[in-house]
Design a protein. Structure first.
Length: 395
C-alpha cells in the first residue's frame, strides 16, 4: 500500500478550509470518486488538485461531495493531508452492520480493509461519492430504503451491496440478491477503468469533424438570397442602387455576425458499449472554436482525462448538498474531451451485426475478460459495441 501526499487535493479555497473531513479515512483509488465531507458556509466550497478533477459546491449547506482522482499526484507535492492509495489486492468495505463473514465471501483471498459507516444512513449525499468502496454491509432496512437509481449508481461504480442477517428476506425483488451464510449480497460488475490515459482518445484519432453539412447549405442559401436582392435593386431602383447596395451589404454583415453566434462551437459523437453487466455510453467532443462544454450529470458520469492535452478546467459542479449537477470543461479549438456514463440497467437483447467497424473497438483493452460479439447500428452515432465474457464464447 502506497502513501500519497497531496496539498491542493484537500485545500478548499474558502475560509473554512479546516472543517472538511474524509469519511473513508483517506483511502482512494485512481479513476474513482472519493467522498469529502464539507460544512455549511456562505462561501463557495472548492476542492482542486494536481491529478484530481476540481469539485465546486455552490452555497454549501453541509454534506458529502464526490471528488474524482484521475492520476497519481506529483511526488513533490507539499505535505498537507496524507492519503492512502488502495492496492490491487486490497478491498475496502464500509461497515454499517454486523458483517460476519460477508467481506471474505465477497472477496476471497483479498486483503480486507474496513471503515465504519452510520448504521441508519450509511451513504450520505450522492452515491457517486462512495465509489472508492468495494462493498457496503448494511442492515436490511437501510438497503430496502435505497432508491433504485442510487443502487444502479453504486453497482455501476463497482460497489457491491450486502445485508447481514440470514433469517431475513432479500431487501428487494427488483435486484438479483444472492443468499449467503449470514445475509444477502448483490454483486457489482467490475468498476470501469477511468484513470488518466491518452488511449481513451484513440477512437477519435484523426477525427476532424469540421462544420456540419447544414452549415455549408445555409451559406449557399444566404449567398443566393443576397445575390437576388442585389439584382432586384439594380432593376427596380437603378438611381439608388449604389446607396441601397451599401445598406444591404451592412445589413448582410450584421446578419452574418448574428448567425455565426448561433452556430455550434463543437461536434459530438460516440456510442454505447454493452457488456453482460453494464452499459457504457462514451461521448467524444471536438471543439470547432474555443468553448465550454456543459454536461448534465445523470447516473454515474466519469470524466475521462488524458495525460497530454485534452480539456482544461475540468470541474464537477454540485448543488448545496454536494450532489453533482454537471460536468464542465473548456476546450480550445481542435482539442477533444471524453466522458463515460455507466448504467447497470441492461436493455432487452437485440439482433447484432457480426461485422465490427465501430470506433469503439479501440476501447477493448479497457474491458479485460470481455470479447466483441457484434455491433448494433444507432441513428446519429457510432454503432454500439456488444461484448460477452471471453470464456462464454465458443472457440
Amino acid at each position: 500500500m502506497r502513501t500519497a501526499i497531496l496539498l491542493i487535493l484537500l485545500l478548499p479555497i474558502s475560509a473554512f478550509a479546516a472543517d472538511w473531513s474524509l469519511p473513508l479515512n483517506g483511502y482512494y483509488r485512481l479513476g474513482h470518486y472519493m467522498p469529502v465531507r464539507f460544512p455549511a458556509s456562505a462561501a463557495e466550497f472548492r476542492i482542486s488538485a494536481d491529478g484530481m478533477v476540481k469539485t465546486v459546491v455552490s452555497n454549501p449547506v453541509g454534506g458529502v461531495a464526490p471528488c474524482f482522482v484521475s492520476r497519481e499526484p506529483a511526488p513533490d507535492s507539499p505535505m498537507a493531508v496524507q492519503l492512502h492509495e488502495l492496492g490491487l489486492d486490497e478491498r475496502l468495505v464500509g461497515i454499517a452492520a454486523d458483517a460476519g463473514d460477508i467481506p471474505q465471501i465477497l472477496f476471497p483471498g483479498q486483503k480486507i480493509l474496513t471503515v465504519p459507516l452510520d448504521p441508519v444512513h450509511p451513504l450520505e449525499g450522492s452515491p457517486a461519492a462512495w465509489q472508492t468502496l468495494d462493498a457496503i454491509v448494511m442492515t436490511n432496512s437501510a438497503a430496502a430504503s435505497l432508491p433504485r437509481d442510487e443502487i444502479n449508481s453504486l453497482l455501476a461504480g463497482g460497489v457491491s451491496l450486502a445485508v447481514s442477517g440470514g433469517d431475513q428476506s432479500a431487501p428487494s425483488a427488483q435486484w438479483p440478491w444472492q443468499p449467503v451464510h449470514g445475509g444477502w449480497i448483490l454483486r457489482a460488475p467490475a468498476a470501469p477503468i477511468a484513470a488518466a490515459s491518452d488511449d481513451f482518445y484513440t477512437p477519435i484519432t484523426g477525427w476532424s469533424p469540421g462544420r456540419p453539412p447544414i452549415y455549408r447549405w445555409q451559406i449557399v442559401v444566404f449567398g443566393v438570397i443576397l445575390a437576388i436582392a442585389v439584382l432586384l435593386i439594380s432593376l427596380l431602383a437603378p438611381r439608388w442602387s449604389g446607396a441601397l447596395a451599401l445598406l444591404l451589404a451592412i445589413a448582410a454583415i450584421v446578419a452574418a455576425g448574428l448567425w455565426q453566434k448561433f452556430q455550434p462551437e463543437y461536434s459530438e459523437n460516440g456510442g454505447a458499449i454493452v457488456s453482460p453487466d453494464a452499459v457504457d455510453v462514451w461521448v467524444f467532443d471536438r471543439a470547432l472554436l474555443p468553448c465550454v462544454i456543459h454536461k448534465l450529470y445523470r447516473g454515474l458520469l466519469l470524466p475521462i482525462v488524458p495525460v497530454h492535452g485534452g480539456p482544461d478546467a475540468v470541474t464537477l459542479m454540485c448543488d448545496p448538498a454536494g450532489t453533482p449537477t454537471s460536468l464542465d470543461y473548456q476546450l480550445t479549438a481542435g482539442r477533444a474531451g471524453v466522458s463515460l456514463q455507466r448504467s447497470t440497467l441492461i436493455p432487452h437483447p437485440v439482433d447484432t451485426s457480426p461485422e465490427i467497424t465501430t470506433p469503439l473497438r479501440f476501447l477493448l483493452p479497457f474491458y479485460p475478460g470481455l470479447s466483441p460479439v457484434g455491433q448494433i447500428a444507432q441513428p446519429g452515432g457510432w454503432p454500439s459495441l456488444v461484448l460477452a465474457k471471453s470464456d462464454a464464447i465458443p472457440k
